[in-house]
Design a binder for this molecule. Structure first.
Ligand SMILES: Cc1ncc(COP(=O)(O)O)c(C=O)c1O
Length: 463
């Protein structure tokens, strides 16, 4: 509570003085100071409420009472070193196992998506005894040095591409190499991976892994083309002796609605060799995981070196993870993601009919992107307008969204999974108003929405 008593200006001054400036703030010109949150709503130090359209970490809603209760109860009882035997870790692993294909049945708990991907890379290299990695263009897989190396989104701004890293084109049918008008974009994109593998072999190198997000996020909320999707790519990689790593750090735990894991969108029977998970897993608590096959796990164990992670899979983290799985089921949040996500996409598609600047609307479940372009033919990124939409939504409507994609022109929606139909309607109306060039918000629309929010917050006893 003491921290809340700092004046906003003092917090900002201390942050500038004490915290590394490469750690950026949202809305750096006029940052928001959030002091509490519930569901999909954030509250600043004056009690002003913001609608959160982007906190994909706070998956089942901010400060969900079931998660808080599970964490507090376990914290009071025991939180100890992961080398002691404890029920929570094994019960949680068993619950996760039930969500995955049978082959993915060995688990390693860690504390962040970066740790999970770093471990996956180690495992892949140890299992295959190969070194090289294929990644999709514009990908981001984490902040460790090993992951900066396999993240084109980062290494292009830093030391550049290492010789063991190979970049395949992003299968983006809106503005990528092969587009909607291509007769078979799935096969064309799969072929790019096969050609890359042949090139790697010609250099006398061998593929350890292909890392791919099941739905590329930083790349611009990309939904891969219908059809075989990543299945063929994974087959080519396996034929070359490598493994397929599905990075589900952003997309797992039902965000896509129809499936628990986004890789399950890639076709019946498609099974990665390694799945990494993080962000939504602990609803804000640092909890992440690597799931893999017995074969990969045995190869990882074979050198006799212990894998020890002080905090990964501790009793409190696992209690939180278990509670999160229960909430997803009890509150039918996958159903909600399907329904509200479809509604949001429909509303945005309607908006596209009236606003030339909307080049593309895409998404699955509550993973939705709105791509803005100044020219539909040339697909010139409307980066400035996207930034203006983000700023005005925050300043005029108290709505938090942000942008993604190589040109930061894709307005992204990855809200907590309790996001409602009314939330979707409000944000689309506000975007409509901003794109139409209206200066002020529509009072009638806003007051009916406010009434709905009050009903909701009263129900949750948020005061
Ligand atoms: C796809 C993906 N993988 C991995 C990571 C790294 O996760 P963390 O920030 O928890 O280390 C991120 C983070 O943004 C991500 O988006």
């Amino acid at each position: 509570m003491a921290l809340e008593k700092l004046r906003k200006e003092d917090t900002l001054e201390m942050r500038k003085r004490l915290i590394g400036q490469s750690c950026r703030l949202f809305y750096s010109d006029d940052p928001v100071k959030i002091v509490r949150a519930r569901g999909q709503y954030l509250f600043d130090e004056n009690g002003t409420r913001y609608l959160d359209c982007i906190s994909n970490v706070h998956h089942v809603g901010h400060c969900h009472p079931s998660i808080t209760a599970a964490a507090a109860a376990q914290m009071e009882l025991l939180n100890t070193n992961t080398r002691f035997l404890h029920d929570n870790m094994v019960v949680y692993a068993d619950r996760l196992r039930a969500t995955l294909p049978e082959k993915l049945c060995v688990f390693y708990f860690v504390n962040s998506g970066s740790e999970a991907n770093d471990l996956a890379l180690r495992m892949a290299q140890q299992y295959t005894r190969h070194d090289d990695v294929i990644v999709l263009d514009h990908a981001y897989h984490g902040h460790l040095m090993s992951l900066i190396d396999i993240s084109p989104y980062k290494f292009r701004k830093l030391a550049g591409q290492k010789e063991w890293v190979h970049v395949a084109p992003l299968p983006d049918t809106y503005r990528g190499l092969y587009r909607e008008d291509h007769p078979d974009p799935c096969q064309a994109y799969a072929d790019t991976v096969q050609h890359l593998i042949e090139e790697v072999h010609r250099k006398g190198r061998k593929i350890a892994a292909f890392f791919a997000e099941s739905l590329p996020s930083v790349g611009g909320q990309i939904v891969l083309p219908e059809g075989t999707r990543l299945k063929s790519q994974s087959e080519y990689v396996r034929a070359a002796g490598g493994v397929f790593v599905a990075d589900e750090v952003q997309t797992g735990f039902g965000r896509v609605g129809s499936h628990f894991w986004a890789f399950q969108l890639h076709g019946e029977g498609f099974c990665p060799d390694i799945v990494t998970m993080g962000k939504p897993m602990g609803n804000g608590h640092p909890l992440a995981c690597v799931a893999t096959t017995v074969e990969v796990a045995e190869a990882f164990t074979a050198n006799g070196v212990e894998y020890f992670n002080t905090f990964g899979g501790n009793p409190v983290s696992c209690a939180i993870g278990l509670a999160l799985l229960d909430v997803i089921e009890k509150e039918d949040l996958r159903g909600n993601a399907t329904r509200v996500g479809a509604h949001l996409k429909d509303l945005l598609k309607n908006l596209q009919l009236r606003h030339q600047i909307i080049g593309d609307v895409r998404g699955v479940g509550l993973f939705v992107g709105l791509e803005l372009v100044t020219d539909r033919q040339q697909k010139t990124p409307a980066t400035e307008t996207a930034a203006r939409v983000v700023k005005r939504l925050k300043e005029e409507d108290n709505i938090c969204v942000s942008t993604d994609g190589p040109w930061e022109n894709v307005v992204k929606f990855k809200p907590p999974m309790c996001f409602s139909m009314e939330d979707a309607e409000l944000v689309v109306r506000c975007i409509d108003r901003i794109l139409t060039g209206q200066l002020h918000k529509d009072a009638a629309v806003y007051s009916s929405y406010q009434k709905m929010v009050h009903r909701y917050t009263d129900h949750l006893q948020i005061h």
